[in-house]
Design a protein around this ligand. Sequence first.
Ligand SMILES: NC(=O)c1ccc[n+]([C@@H]2O[C@H](COP(=O)([O-])OP(=O)(O)OC[C@H]3O[C@@H](n4cnc5c(N)ncnc54)[C@H](OP(=O)(O)O)[C@@H]3O)[C@@H](O)[C@H]2O)c1
Length: 272
Amino acid sequence: MWIDCKTIAKKIEEGVRNKVERLGTSPKLVSVVGVNDPSVLSYLKSQMKKARELGISYEVVEVDGRSVLRVIEELSRRQDVHGIFIARPLPEGIDEKEVAAVLSPEKDVEGIHPRNLGLLAYEEERFPPCTAEAVVKILESCCELSGKRVTVIGRSVTVGKPLSLMLLKKGRDATVTVCHSRTLDLVNATRSSDVVVVAVGRAHFLKRDMVKENAIVIDVGINVVDGKVCGDVDPSVAEVAAVTPVPGGVGQVTTALLFEHVVKALEMSLHG
Ligand SMILES: NC(=O)c1ccc[n+]([C@@H]2O[C@H](COP(=O)([O-])OP(=O)(O)OC[C@H]3O[C@@H](n4cnc5c(N)ncnc54)[C@H](OP(=O)(O)O)[C@@H]3O)[C@@H](O)[C@H]2O)c1
């Protein structure tokens, strides 16, 4: 069985559109791109289309090498810019921590700044990383998390780690196991879980015999095999569990949440 993520994304987008209308002013998102990669440019094109649909002003700034840091610093100071998105991969020699250091936490709509990540440990979700938030929204739409055993495969700073904190949050109350490449007996964890989230980056990593029947499986992965986009979950898993599709799953909800954060950033700049 496949989980319908389109409806979740549409609902978030509708909320964004309504809020922009009510605000009477258009929030502005600037995407910074530092590498000339066709798949990144195609993603930014679809981002621009979505921004237009939602009434959000949008600009792409192309940068060269280390100037990415100066540009982000300048954008962080600009009053007319409410959100800054930084396309990956970053230019060679630049790391995530350097970027976060020059980015205003108030415009950190992706949720990568240490202040916004740190707030998650205090159970405050100001700008949580969009993908982690997307997983939580999808799960909340299809089950009661409290009391559920959840296995998250992957411990990255933007997906696995923040997601585990968000699932643990009081009120959600999931019981979380985080696995990674050094985990021994991963199958034991996945097979005894009600929910499995896979954020590994390997096509068809999670197989049907690794989950229990009627589990919920969230596929975060984006891989390209023979020119086709696919997730980290083998399609046969959907014969025994409820699975989010790739494409048209977590990614769609993630994009909708990015725009929701841009509106929130504008609101915060108006009302503090
Ligand atoms: N849909 C979206 O909106 C969205 C957003 C972000 C990312 N993604 C996709 O999600 C995937 C993961 O992204 P990421 O940024 O989190 O990747 P990442 O930083 O490369 O992290 C991958 C994680 O997988 C773990 N891993 C690798 N091989 C493993 C194995 N054999 N068994 C168990 N764990 C293993 C790694 O463990 P170690 O830590 O031990 O190395 C690491 O923690 C990618 O396909 C990416 O494109 C999608």
